[in-house]
Design a protein around this ligand. Structure first.
Ligand SMILES: *[C@@H]1O[C@H](CO)[C@@H](O)[C@H](O)[C@H]1NC(C)=O
Ligand SMILES: [Fe+2]
Length: 428
């Protein structure tokens, strides 16, 4: 307890305080829900070798990375698994890491890659040779495939209802375009976030990219993304990237690129060179759909974070357009917005559809001020907490829907059928 107080006092110097944007709501006849408090999760004593904060992620074709944390540094980094409960026919050994941040020392963070795995199959697994059994389902190898999408998640009462709604829908892979825990330098909040998401993240792969809240850098003292990189290792090595801050993966006919808004992206940067290379390797016969995620939106008509994506867009938009990227998904702005197909600031029949979905439920609350009049490229916008579902039906059709947390009930509020650019003659 005392340690927490000291940590909080130290952090006071580094903490960036951002106040929630509150609109007056006048003329709308609907009172926007207020932010909810950060959850206080009950502390349950566990044996220190028991796996905690288990989450999984795709790690190259037919492989899955299992990540968990133990208090006990001697517990082995092994995962035993099989397709029947309690019958572990295979096992894999992996790597481990730990880190220190001010007065905080992390537990032992284990990463173990398992596979080759069959597609669309339930596996039962155990971490560290003991403790409870978990189960996961691998994604399908062919269409249809469903993605759950939510950004700026946090760990509040709203986060809890968003996660409950996602848990009720049928999906194969979870996509998160940045801002995970809102730990904001307080490292124990990464642990409580890991515990909060474990029931979902241990059963379906969570593919994430970094937001500003992952940075946690301290001038002259701490470079950024230490906790994020240690805890949320993504398949960057598997996709030819040299940084956990950007990578790509393929699943069931979809090529997904996770870009980093908080690392260099100019035309001379490593990220740009990697992106160019990665796009060259995309085969639209194998993956008719091409999707990009990044934290900061490029097309945003909310007054929050206005213009922040401008320089990245200037550097990369034409590259993505030429490659025929279908959909660009961002977070950061705590609201929902969907555009028409756009390029170079206006409608283009072969342009990208942009979706901003930074409304997972973080403690800062909603971004309620949209610019008026609504730009012609903005189709639907609303400041409510919620999540998205992207169902890729086949090589030509996908169905996108947005579900808001209206009084804790998930209400489908926006939906659209999307034709793949490859199917309408836009991909050369
Ligand atoms: C793809 O799915 C859509 C929507 O269900 C359907 O209309 C279309 O015929 C399908 N296309 C193919 C090639 O199966
Ligand atoms: Fe953000």
């Amino acid at each position: 307890m005392g340690r927490g107080v000291t940590e909080a006092a130290i952090l006071f110097f580094f903490h960036c305080i951002s106040s929630p944007v509150t609109g007056d709501g006048s003329g709308e006849g609907y009172v926007r829900p207020l932010p909810r408090q950060t959850l206080s999760l009950p502390w349950r004593p566990k044996r220190s070798s028991d796996p905690q904060q288990v989450h999984i992620s795709l790690a190259g074709a037919e492989h899955m990375r299992i990540t968990w944390i133990t208090g006990d540094a001697s517990s082995p980094s092994i995962v035993e698994y099989g397709t029947l409960p309690g019958m572990y026919t295979s096992s894999s050994r992996g790597e481990c890491a730990s880190y220190k941040y001010l007065l905080y020392s992390s537990g032992k963070i284990n990463h173990v890659v398992i596979g080759p795995l069959q597609s669309n199959t339930v596996y039962f697994y155990r971490c560290g040779g003991q403790g409870p059994e978990f189960q996961l389902k691998t994604p399908p190898s062919q269409f249809p495939i469903a993605f759950a999408v939510v950004g700026d998640l946090g760990q509040t009462g709203w986060t809890k209802s968003t996660l409950e709604h996602i848990n009720q829908c049928k999906y194969d892979v979870h996509l998160l375009p940045g801002d995970l825990s809102y730990a904001d330098y307080q490292q124990h909040l990464w642990d409580s976030f890991g515990a909060l998401v474990q029931p979902l993240a241990s059963t379906r792969p969570w593919m994430v990219t970094e937001g500003n809240h992952e940075k946690e850098s301290i001038l002259f003292f701490k470079s950024g993304f230490q906790a994020y990189n240690a805890r949320w290792k993504m398949p960057y090595e598997e996709s030819g990237s040299t940084s956990n801050l950007y990578y790509s993966f393929e699943v069931a006919g979809v090529h997904i690129i996770m870009l980093g808004s908080y690392t260099d992206y100019d035309v001379n940067s490593d990220q740009y060179a990697w992106l160019k290379d990665d796009l060259t390797g995309v085969d639209r016969e194998r993956t008719p759909w091409l999707i990009v995620l990044s934290h900061v939106p490029w097309y945003n008509s909310n007054s929050a974070h206005q213009g922040e994506g401008k320089s990245m867009m200037a550097a990369m938009e034409s590259l993505l357009y030429a490659a025929g990227v279908d959909i660009f998904i961002a977070g950061h702005v705590h609201a929902y917005e969907r555009t028409t197909r756009v390029h170079n600031g206006g409608f283009d029949p072969c342009g990208l559809m942009h979706i901003t979905i930074g409304d997972g439920g973080n403690r800062e609350g909603l971004a309620q001020r949209f610019y008026n009049p609504k730009p012609e490229w903005s189709v639907f916008r609303e400041a409510s907490f919620g999540h998205g579902e992207l169902k890729i039906v086949n090589s030509t059709h996908a169905f996108w829907s947005w579900h808001k947390n209206d009084d804790d009930e998930s209400v489908k509020s926006d939906e659209v059928w999307i034709n793949s650019l490859a199917s309408i003659g836009c991909v050369r």
